[in-house]
Design a protein around this ligand. Structure first.
Ligand code: C2E
Ligand code: MG
Ligand code: MG
Length: 380
C-alpha cells in the first residue's frame, strides 16, 4: 500500500486502523503492530469461542468501512486468525505463529474472514513448505521433465502437443502436477518453474523438427500467478528468441476460471497475443464465462473440460453443454478442442458435433519426449 499511495498516506492508514482496533477491542486488551500491515491483539477474560467469534466479526465489519484520508477514499479488508491460550500454545512465540497460520487460512478463504487455529493447519502448512523446498531443489535437475500428449484433428492427422510437467522426487515419488502446481502458485515458485517449462517446450519442438518430426504447435499451461506477473511477456519472448521457434507455434493454455477472475487478464492476454502466440481457454465450461467478455478476448481456441467428455453417451446434461460450447466456438470463430477423449464413442460424437481437435488417452497418453516422437511418427 505504501508503494501505491505514498508513504505518508500509508502511515496514516496504519494509524487509523490501530485507532479503529482500539475502539472495538475491550479496554484491558493490548494492541501491537507486528510489522507491515499485521497487528496482534491480545484479549483477556473471553468466556467462549462464540464471544471471540463475535469480536472478530465486529473487527472485520469495522475495518471494512471506508477510510477517508487526505482526500483518498481507501477500502481495505482484514483477515483474522485466532488462537486461544493455553489450548493453542502457552508461550508468545507459539501463539503468534499459530495465529499467523490461522490468518493465512482466513486469507485463503477470501477477504474479510476470520478463522480459528487448528493443529491440522500447521501439519498442512509444514507439508506444503516441505514440498516447496524439495521442488525448488528439483528445478534444473532430471527430477523435473516434460511429458507431451498429442492432439489430432478430426481426420486423425497430428495437430500439436501439450507439454505437461512431471516430477519424480526421490523422497516423495511421482508427484502429480495437480498437487505441486497449486503449492508453487501459493509460494510464487511457479514463476521460475513456469519459465523453465516454456523454454524447455520450445527447445524440444525445435529439436524434434531438426530430427525431421513435423510438430506444428506446442501448448504450454500458464497459471494465474504467471499470467499476473509482469515478467511473463519477457519470459515468453525469451523462450522464443533463444530457441528460434516462431511465435505461432506456441499456444498458451489458461483456464477459464483464471481468465474470468484475474483483474488484468484482458490486458495481459492482448499483450501476449500481440507477441504472435496463440491462446486457448483450458477446462472450458467449468468456470463462469461471460459471453460478452469472451468475445473481447484475443483467444483462438476453446478446450472443453474433460468432465463433459466423460459424460458422452450417458449424461444428456453433459452433451447439452458440449453442443452449446460447440455453438459458441463456431459463432466466435474459435478452434474447438476436446480433452480427455478415451473412447471411440466419444470421438465419433465429438466429430459429429464439429470438433476440430481431439486429445486424450484414445489418441495417446502423455509421454516423455523420446517416446512421444515414436508415437508421433506412427500417427503422422
Ligand atoms: P490440463 O492442462 O487440463 O491437462 C490435462 C490433464 O488431463 C493432464 O493431467 C493429462 O494427463 C490428463 N489427461 C489427458 N488425457 C486424458 C484422458 O483421456 N483421460 C483422463 N482421465 N485424463 C487425461 P496432468 O498431466 O496430471 O495435469 C493436470 C493439470 O496440471 C493440467 O491440467 C494443468 O492444469 C496443470 N499442469 C500440468 N503441467 C503444467 C505446467 O507446466 N504449468 C502449469 N502452470 N500447469 C501445469
Ligand atoms: Mg492444459
Ligand atoms: Mg484441461
Amino acid at each position: 500500500m505504501n508503494d501505491t499511495l505514498g508513504h505518508s498516506i500509508g502511515v496514516r492508514l496504519l494509524q487509523a486502523v490501530a485507532e479503529r482496533l482500539g475502539q472495538v477491542v475491550p479496554t484491558e486488551g493490548a494492541r501491537v503492530r507486528l510489522g507491515g500491515d499485521e497487528f496482534v491483539l491480545v484479549v483477556q477474560r473471553m468466556r467462549s469461542r462464540a464471544e471471540l467469534a463475535a469480536l472478530a466479526e465486529q473487527l472485520v465489519a469495522r475495518l471494512a468501512q471506508v477510510f477517508d484520508l487526505a482526500g483518498y477514499r481507501i477500502h481495505i479488508g482484514a483477515s483474522i486468525g485466532i488462537c486461544v491460550c493455553p489450548e493453542d500454545g502457552d508461550d508468545v512465540e507459539t501463539l503468534v505463529r499459530n495465529a499467523d497460520t490461522a490468518m493465512y487460512e482466513a486469507k485463503q478463504r477470501g477477504r474479510g474472514q476470520y478463522c480459528f487455529y487448528q493443529a491440522s493447519m500447521t501439519e498442512n502448512a509444514q507439508a506444503k513448505a516441505h514440498l516447496d523446498q524439495l521442488l525448488r531443489l528439483a528445478l534444473h535437475s532430471p527430477e523435473l521433465t516434460l511429458h507431451y500428449q498429442p492432439l489430432v484433428d478430426a481426420q486423425g492427422r497430428p495437430a500439436g502437443a501439450e507439454a505437461l510437467i512431471r516430477w519424480n522426487s526421490p523422497q516423495l515419488g511421482l508427484v502429480s502436477p495437480a498437487q505441486f502446481i497449486p503449492v508453487s502458485e501459493e509460494t510464487g515458485f511457479i514463476v521460475p518453474l513456469g519459465a523453465w517449462v516454456l523454454g524447455e517446450a520450445c527447445r524440444q519442438v525445435v529439436q524434434w523438427r531438426a530430427q525431421g518430426l513435423k510438430v506444428a504447435r506446442v501448448s504450454v499451461n500458464l497459471s494465474v500467478r504467471q499470467l499476473e506477473h509482469e515478467q511473463i511477456l519477457q519470459t515468453v519472448r525469451e523462450a522464443l528468441a533463444e530457441t528460434g521457434l516462431e511465435p505461432a507455434a506456441l499456444e498458451l493454455e489458461i483456464t477459464e476460471s483464471v481468465i474470468m477472475t484475474s483483474e488484468n487478464a484482458l490486458l495481459r492476454l492482448r499483450e501476449l497475443a500481440d507477441l504472435g502466440v496463440t491462446l486457448a481457454i483450458d477446462d472450458f465450461g467449468t468456470g463462469y464465462s461471460s459471453l460478452a467478455y469472451l468475445r473481447q478476448l484475443p483467444v483462438h481456441a476453446l478446450k472443453i473440460d474433460r468432465s463433459f467428455i466423460a459424460g458422452i453417451g450417458h449424461s444428456s446434461g453433459d452433451e447439452a453443454i458440449i453442443k452449446a460450447v460447440a455453438g459458441i466456438a463456431r459463432n466466435l470463430g474459435l478452434r474447438l478442442v476436446a480433452e480427455g477423449v478415451e473412447t471411440d464413442l466419444q470421438r465419433q460424437y465429438l466429430i459429429g458435433h464439429g470438433i476440430d481437435e481431439l486429445q486424450g488417452y484414445l489418441v495417446g497418453r502423455p509421454a516423455p519426449a523420446q517416446e512421444f516422437s515414436r508415437l508421433w511418427s506412427c500417427v503422422g
